[in-house]
Design a protein. Structure first.
Length: 167
């Protein structure tokens, strides 16, 4: 049974007023894996993604009383995810770029897999050339399928600014 807008509004009210920790648990169960996958996608590290997801859910728990419901819960949550992951990326003091000189011999791979692996390596090299913030924007738009309007609300940027950054 799909929840109605009234039940969602009541759920958000209950969560933001701290009346029921079960509501937090419900949202954690609903979005927990998605938050971790997005963190992993942005950070490319299982350990960092795990730490980030835990910190994000702690922030969500304590920030719920301030949740006004101007945007959807998912939009609000992903703004926290994006900001936390970008903060972690900015704190890194060293990056490990892919080695362009490292030879990859496709003949060592099975023929049916070699094309897929080479495409993934090419994609990884292209994404590495893009800044972390731009990579996050592309991921939000094309992986998470957020609309420009949702992204605008999450990031506090205008729709036109987002379109310029993604184009």
């Amino acid at each position: 049974m799909k929840p109605t807008n009234d039940s969602i509004e009541q759920l958000m009210h209950d969560m933001s007023s701290g009346e029921d920790d079960a509501m937090f648990e419900q949202k954690f169960n609903e979005f927990g894996d998605l938050v971790f996958r997005r963190c992993y996608s942005l950070l490319n590290s299982y350990d960092e993604a795990s730490d980030a997801a835990q910190l994000i859910w702690t922030k969500v728990y304590f920030a719920l009383p301030g949740f006004r419901g101007d945007a959807s819960f998912k939009t609000w949550l992903f703004r926290i995810v994006y900001n936390q992951c970008i903060s972690i990326i900015r704190k890194r003091y060293k990056t490990y770029p892919l080695d362009d000189d490292m030879p990859v011999d496709p003949s060592l791979l099975k023929d049916d897999l070699s094309d897929q692996i080479m495409k993934k390596l090419d994609t990884a090299r292209l994404l590495e050339a893009v800044g972390h913030e731009e990579k996050a924007l592309l991921s939000m738009k094309y992986v998470d399928k957020f609309s420009y309007q949702d992204m605008s609300e999450m990031l506090g940027l205008s729709v036109s600014a987002l379109k310029m950054r993604i184009a």
